[in-house]
Design a protein around this ligand. Structure first.
Ligand SMILES: [Zn+2]
Length: 255
C-alpha cells in the first residue's frame, strides 16, 4: 500500500540535510517507524510547528522508494503541554523515549507499548505528578512487553518461592535476572548485586501483575521507591546493553 495513516508519539527528531527532518515515531498500528518530513526544517509553517518531541499526532505517510516513508500530513491530538514547562518532566519523558528508541524494531510491535507511553505521558502531564512511581510503572511494563523482566516470584537458582525466603533483605543478581535465596547466595557472589526488602518485592509484583490503572495506585515508602528504581534502571540498562544519556541527566538534576 503506498499510503498509510496512524497515530504516533514523536520520540526523536534529527536534522537531515539543509531542509528535511527525520522523525522517529512510536505508532499505534506500526510500532516504531522513521519517516522523513521534507522541507520541515526550512519551513516551520509546513507542519504548523507540531513536530515536537512527545507530541501525539495523527500522521499520513507515503511509502517511497527511499529508506524512509514520507510524511505528508500531521494533525495534533495532544501536545502533553505541561511536560515542556518542567525540567523533571522533560527528563523522565526523554528517558522513556530513549528506552523505546533503543532496539525495539523487531519486538513490541503492538499497540500496548503505544498505550503505555501515552498513559505515562498523560500522568506526568497532569498535576498529580508522581515521578518516581510512574517511572517504576513504565519500566516494569516496558520490560514485560520487551520480554525480559526481573524474576521476583522465586529464587532464580533453586526455585524456592519468595514467601518462603526468611530473610527480609533479599539479594537480586542482575546477571542472573532474579532474586536469590540465602542458601543460593552463598554460592553466587558476583559484582552486580543489590538488595531488595520484601515490601519492595511485594509492590513490584503487584505492578507486574496488575493492569495500568490498578498498578498506578501502589503506595511506596521512600526506601521502596529508591530500591525499585535502582533495580529497574540497572536491569533495563544491562539487558538493553546501553548507558542511557537521558538517565544520567535525570540523576544529575535529581541530586
Ligand atoms: Zn535458592
Amino acid at each position: 500500500m503506498p499510503f498509510f495513516s496512524t497515530s504516533g508519539v514523536l520520540l526523536r527528531k534529527i536534522e537531515y540535510g539543509d531542509y528535511d527532518l527525520i522523525l522517529i515515531f512510536l505508532t499505534r498500528s506500526k510500532g516504531k517507524i522513521s519517516v522523513i518530513a521534507k522541507n520541515a526544517k526550512k519551513s516551520v509553517k509546513r507542519f504548523a510547528g507540531i513536530l515536537e518531541p512527545f507530541f501525539l499526532l495523527d500522521i499520513v505517510c507515503k511509502v517511497g522508494k527511499g529508506n524512509f516513508a514520507v510524511l505528508l500530513e500531521a494533525d495534533l491530538i495532544n501536545s502533553y503541554g505541561k511536560i515542556r514547562t518542567d525540567i523533571n518532566k522533560i527528563a523522565y519523558a526523554s528517558y522513556w523515549a530513549e528506552i523505546i528508541s533503543t532496539r525495539i524494531e523487531d519486538r513490541c510491535q503492538n499497540s500496548k507499548l503505544f498505550d503505555l507511553l501515552n498513559h505515562v505521558l498523560d500522568v506526568i502531564n497532569s498535576d498529580r505528578f508522581i515521578d518516581k512511581e510512574i517511572s517504576i510503572l513504565f519500566l516494569m511494563k516496558f520490560l514485560l512487553l520487551w520480554g525480559t523482566v526481573p524474576l521476583l516470584e522465586k529464587c532464580c537458582v533453586c526455585g524456592i518461592s519468595v514467601e518462603k525466603i526468611k530473610s527480609n533483605k533479599i539479594r537480586f543478581e542482575i546477571e542472573e535476572g532474579g532474586i536469590l535465596c540465602s542458601k543460593c547466595t552463598k554460592f553466587k557472589i558476583k559484582k552486580k548485586q543489590l538488595f531488595l526488602s520484601k515490601g519492595t518485592i511485594k509492590r513490584l509484583l503487584w505492578i507486574k501483575r496488575s493492569d495500568l490503572l490498578k498498578a498506578d495506585r501502589v503506595c511506596f515508602s521512600e526506601v521502596s521507591l529508591n530500591e525499585s528504581l535502582f533495580l529497574l534502571e540497572s536491569f533495563t540498562g544491562f539487558y538493553l546493553g546501553k548507558d542511557f544519556k537521558s538517565l544520567k541527566f535525570l540523576h544529575k538534576i535529581k541530586r
